[in-house]
Ligand binder design. Structure first.
Ligand SMILES: Cc1cc2nc3c(=O)[nH]c(=O)nc-3n(C[C@H](O)[C@H](O)[C@H](O)COP(=O)(O)O)c2cc1C
Length: 201
């Protein structure tokens, strides 16, 4: 698929088909994420990959909030929960502080004020984005979603996630359901000229 087609096709999929994804395809999607750039090539990110039905059920049991929301009615929740693959992306600040304390960087004080924004989270977001794009290239659909903060402790406990790794977000992917509703966001897309400031603000 042409890259321009991957870009134009990509949208968040919230209605997955009840159809498995071949293991080599799953690995290619996740591996694409690991091609993400990272500050100082720190690579302080991790992916918790859940494909077994029991693990996925445990994931939803520990992370799902009961309340139905406008953007996630019951039917949407069911559509998302059918995703055969859940890839939780996590960032590790310590890896960046360690990396930048090395002689070629020299930030031995490990001061967080040196960082304009937390690049550990940024880089992990790039991992997720590359997975979203590779999923499209593989003929799949994918969703990036947040994890409710109040659910993170139970998620950590259920999957033995170490304390020095923070959940950035969750990529669910699989084949899109044939009858998945289409969201048309074109009218809400900000104009190029609203976002881009040429030369000066
Ligand atoms: C950081 C981030 C967090 C998001 N969290 C959620 C979420 O928790 N639940 C959800 O349904 N969609 C979530 N989304 C998807 C956005 O709603 C979606 O990207 C946006 O509406 C644009 O739609 P599109 O990606 O299909 O073009 C998230 C997207 C990003 C980038």
């Amino acid at each position: 698929m042409e890259f321009s087609e991957v870009l134009s096709r990509r949208r968040m999929v919230r209605h997955f088909a009840d159809r498995p994804v071949a293991p080599d395809v799953i690995d290619r999607v996740v591996d694409a994420g690991l091609r993400a750039p990272s500050a100082g090539f720190s690579q302080g990110y991790a992916v918790l990959l859940l494909t077994d039905a029991d693990d996925r059920a445990r994931f939803w049991a520990t992370t799902e909030t009961e309340q139905e929301t406008a953007s996630w009615p019951t039917e949407t929740r069911a559509g998302v929960m059918r995703a055969p693959v859940i890839a939780v992306t996590l960032s590790c600040k310590r890896t960046y502080l360690d990396r930048y304390a090395l002689p070629d960087k020299g930030w031995t004080d490990r001061a967080e004020g040196r960082w304009p924004v937390p690049y550990w989270h940024i880089d992990t977001g790039m991992v997720a984005l590359l997975m979203l794009l590779q999923a499209v290239d593989e003929g799949l659909g994918a969703l990036f979603m947040g994890m409710p903060p109040e659910k993170i402790p139970s998620f950590r406990a259920a999957f033995d996630v170490p304390d020095d790794h923070d959940v950035v977000g969750v990529v669910c992917f699989g084949y899109e359901a044939a009858d998945a509703p289409r969201r048309d966001l074109r009218s809400r897309r900000r104009e190029f000229s609203d976002v881009v400031h040429r030369g000066r603000w």
